[in-house]
Design a binder for this molecule. Structure first.
Ligand code: DGI
Ligand code: FE
Ligand code: FE
Ligand code: FE
Length: 188
């Protein structure tokens, strides 16, 4: 699938605000892919499609999670805001015949991350966090770290997310913790 085609699809599927966020993620993903020697084309396409399932119906998403073998069913026990990432990956695979696992995994893990994230997964995860339209406490520091070191920036974004969720008594999905543990620098 070409980026222009993906853009037209997403523009029709997403509300304007979410579409604008998506364009911001594409811009940041391109920037990070160039900076950290990732695949720019794949980064842009994964970013363009990453939130495609954001407003899918909750029951439809639950049905898809149960049906698709690649999506762990334990997600159903966690917050609904996690579902659109794996569901989006399964959707673009089925609907647009995207079979590139780099791209699919970058979409699949864009919300939680995971242990052993690929370069493309880190790029899309971080781009989603720091795109120009994002304004929340801590984003400036992660933007600054993104200029210095990719892993440090992803780790800080995960740390902020974990602290934010815990402070609101929200569950933390195990992949989020695994991603964090995997990326923080152990001092010996
Ligand atoms: O879809 P976006 O709004 O662009 O961003 P996202 O896909 O990164 O995150 C969606 C939401 O998921 C966001 O409010 C933070 C939340 N989230 C991220 N990791 C976890 C999480 N929520 C829970 N409950 N557990 C997590 O591990
Ligand atoms: Fe998302
Ligand atoms: Fe499943
Ligand atoms: Fe997003």
């Amino acid at each position: 699938m070409k980026i222009e085609e993906a853009m037209r699809e997403v523009e029709h599927i997403l509300p304007r605000k979410r579409y604008e966020h998506t364009l911001g993620v594409v811009q940041s993903a391109k920037y990070l892919a160039e900076k950290y020697h990732g695949n720019v084309e794949k980064a842009e396409l994964a970013a363009m499609l990453h939130d495609i399932a954001k407003y899918f119906n909750k029951n439809d998403m639950a049905a898809m999670i149960k049906k698709v073998p690649d999506i762990p069913d334990d997600l159903l026990e966690y917050h609904v805001s996690l579902w659109h990432a794996p569901v989006g990956a399964a959707y673009v695979k089925e609907k647009y015949d995207i079979n590139d696992n780099d791209i699919l995994n970058a979409i699949f893990y864009h919300t939680t991350g995971r242990k052993g994230m690929t370069l493309l997964e880190k790029i899309v995860f971080l781009a989603d966090y720091i795109e120009p339209g994002r304004r929340f406490p801590g984003v400036e520091e992660v933007r600054r770290l993104a200029e210095i070191d990719l892993d440090t920036a992803v780790a800080k974004a995960l740390e902020n997310t974990i602290i934010f969720l815990a402070s609101r008594h929200q569950q933390i999905y195990p992949d989020t913790i695994s991603a964090y543990n995997d990326l923080i620098n152990q001092a010996g």
